[in-house]
Design a protein. Structure first.
Length: 644
């Protein structure tokens, strides 16, 4: 059973430093009284020898002599002397340490009503020192001392009720006794009472009350209270949001070398809600926390090295920090480390290492890692090929609403790979992905209805799903829909509609060609490198709704390649591609909103697009989304399929 320690142990030692004073009497005069049997003089003499002081003058300390006189006074039923003799036995000062003897003398003083002795005796019962452990007896003696108003006893009685040790468990009674101790100014009780209000345990949940009690404890230097108060100010819980106050309290804790506060300061400075990001400060605090082994800080340092935020971009350094956090089971670091090994960035490319780290993150429930691990089993990269394992991990990600995994489960079930073929089951998973807006799944639902696979054959339903996919630019769905309008299958025959959709399908194919040509001009593949010509090709494809070309055009405007640099136009094209589901465009658009480049700064819009990109598996988007929420920037909710 966990050993509870009294929060104010100094009280148990108080008799070693205080004793009655006989005015200006000399040591010899006090000794004469003591030798004649004067109990108070005996107690005073013990204190003089223990503390080495008499009327402001030094006396040679003699613990053994102190014990001798304390014992004489104790035998004459001097309560304070009995208690102090117990302390001497417990600490081994002037006598061989003996917990059993300490218990004996604590009990004598406690039975005479001394509250500090009652507290000490309760602790001996609680921790099994000098006596068999007995929670019931411990609680009884805590109660006696608490009834006399002893703050430490009140706190300890609250602890007993909170844990149900020696008394019936009761959060409400725990709060009652914590409050009595807190109102007497006991710092740890004030902090604990704040925690009860914050959690709503034994009392109506109230962030305002929690902040009040945290403030009282924090003002007296309680480290945990200072950290909690920083959190309250950062998030605006129970107090008005105030980043400056949050930083003030985090810095007080960080200055004591507490890694979690140093890490939190890094998060606040990186997010920069009030005055914009300060990567240099973020880097400073992350490093301090990371060097103490804080996994979150190590991961964040990895992200800063990966992206070149406040430090020169360095994939190797990023891998090093991800590795440190990953071995501490920090899931995001494990996932990112796997990605780096898979891509050969900052480390030698290794599918085996990638699969190993994906698996560790996947086993902890990370959706993206589960999806990526499934892909490795499907292709046999880094692991022995196994359709059954692929289905297993796709299914785990799919159950959390991850759209690509849902589609892939549908494919595996339809084809009977790693699982028994089952068309209705395949349709179930295709439908889940389709209702989330996945164009490929919508097209596939059309195909299943057209062919009566797993559903009753229905041209009307087929046309409906093809239409949804076609509206998102799915070229094959557009072609199929055009055919259905031409023949009147599932829709009313309409040559104009048929031509429209067939033309869009053809344009989409033409747009792909123009987009590919643009890429060749950018890279100088098979043609002389020419950014201006690349921009023209991208523009042609973008005007036909090609999402990849729209994103590429946004990049060209953002970086001033082939055109005059123009953030507003970059935002325009990022937006067009993002609304078609282009993940890189969603991520870049989020950055533009976050930084106020080419558009008004808008944290809510930034969060919205980071979330959309994260839902499609973008690691950086998911990480930035989480950090913005931690820093209290924006209010966009995150759905179940989002990265962690």
């Amino acid at each position: 059973m966990q050993r509870l320690m009294v929060p104010c142990a100094i009280v148990l030692m108080i008799a070693l430093f205080t004793y009655p004073c006989s005015g200006e009497e000399s040591l010899s005069a006090i000794r004469k009284k003591a030798e004649k049997g004067d109990a108070e003089a005996q107690y005073e003499l013990g204190g003089i020898y223990l503390n080495g002081r008499l009327n402001g003058s030094k006396v040679e300390i003699d613990d053994a002599e102190a014990v001798k006189w304390y014992r004489k006074a104790a035998e004459q039923r001097v309560t304070a002397s009995r208690y102090t003799l117990g302390v001497m036995y417990e600490t081994g000062r002037g006598i061989t340490a003996s917990d059993a003897e300490a218990v004996k003398w604590y009990r004598k003083a406690a039975e005479q009503g001394d509250s500090v002795a009652q507290l000490a005796l309760a602790m001996m019962y609680l921790n099994g020192q000098g006596i068999l452990p007995n929670d019931t007896e411990a609680a009884r003696w805590f109660q006696k001392a608490a009834d006399q108003g002893d703050a430490c006893a009140c706190y300890m009685l609250g602890e007993m009720y909170l844990r149900g040790r020696g008394v019936e468990k009761s959060d409400a009674r725990a709060v009652k006794w914590y409050r009595k101790a807190a109102e007497q100014g006991l710092t740890v009780a004030q902090y604990t009472l704040g925690g009860m209000y914050e959690a709503g345990r034994g009392v109506k949940k109230s962030d305002a009350e929690a902040a009040t009690w945290y403030q009282r404890a924090a003002d007296k230097g309680h480290t945990n209270a200072q950290y909690k108060l920083g959190e309250m100010y950062l998030m605006g819980r129970g107090v008005a949001p105030d980043e400056a106050e949050a930083i003030k309290w985090y810095k007080r804790v960080a200055g004591k070398g507490v890694a979690v506060a140093q890490y939190k300061l890094g998060v606040v400075y990186e997010a920069g809600r009030r005055v914009g990001p300060n990567h240099a400060e973020a880097l400073k605090w992350y490093r301090q926390a990371a060097n103490q082994g804080d996994a979150g800080a190590q991961y964040s340092l990895g992200m800063m090295c990966l992206n070149g935020w406040g430090v020169e971009q360095n994939d190797t350094e990023a891998v090093s920090w991800f590795q440190k956090a990953a071995v501490q089971s920090f899931v995001q670091a494990q996932k990112n480390l796997a990605t780096m090994y898979e891509a050969g960035k900052g480390a030698e490319k290794s599918d085996t290492e990638a699969a190993r780290w994906y698996k560790r993150a996947a086993e902890k429930g990370d959706t993206i890692a589960q999806y990526n691990l499934a892909g490795m089993y499907f292709t046999g990269r880094g692991v022995e090929q196994s359709d059954a394992e692929a289905v297993k991990w796709y299914r785990k990600a799919a159950d959390k609403g991850y759209v690509d995994a849902q589609f892939n489960v549908g494919v595996m079930v339809e084809k009977g790979r790693g699982i028994e073929q089952n068309y209705p089951e395949a349709v179930k998973w295709y439908r889940k992905a389709a209702v989330q807006g996945d164009a490929g799944a919508q097209y596939t639902m059309g195909r299943m209805y057209l062919n009566g696979l797993g559903v009753e054959q229905s041209n009307t339903e087929a046309a409906g799903w093809y239409h949804k996919a076609a509206d998102q630019g799915h070229a094959i769905a557009q072609s199929k829909l055009g055919d259905m309008y031409l023949t009147g299958h599932g829709v009313e025959k309409d040559r104009n509609e048929a031509f429209k959709w067939c033309e869009r399908a053809a344009d989409a194919a033409l747009a792909d060609t123009r987009y590919d040509t643009g890429d060749m001009y950018v890279a100088g593949l098979g043609v002389e490198q020419n950014d201006a010509k690349a921009v023209r090709r991208y523009q042609q494809a973008a005007d036909h709704g090609h999402a990849g070309a729209q994103y590429a055009l946004g990049e060209m405007y953002s970086n001033g390649r082939g055109v005059r640099q123009n953030d507003a136009k970059a935002v325009k094209w990022y937006q067009a591609a993002a609304e078609q589901g282009h993940v890189d465009a969603q991520y870049r658009l989020a950055i533009m909103y976050q930084l106020g480049r080419g558009t008004d700064r808008n944290d809510n819009e930034a969060l919205k697009w980071y979330r959309k990109a994260a839902d499609q598996g973008d690691v950086n988007a998911g990480n930035t989304f989480d950090k913005m929420l931690q820093a209290g920037r924006g209010t966009e909710p995150r759905n179940a399929a989002a990265m962690q």
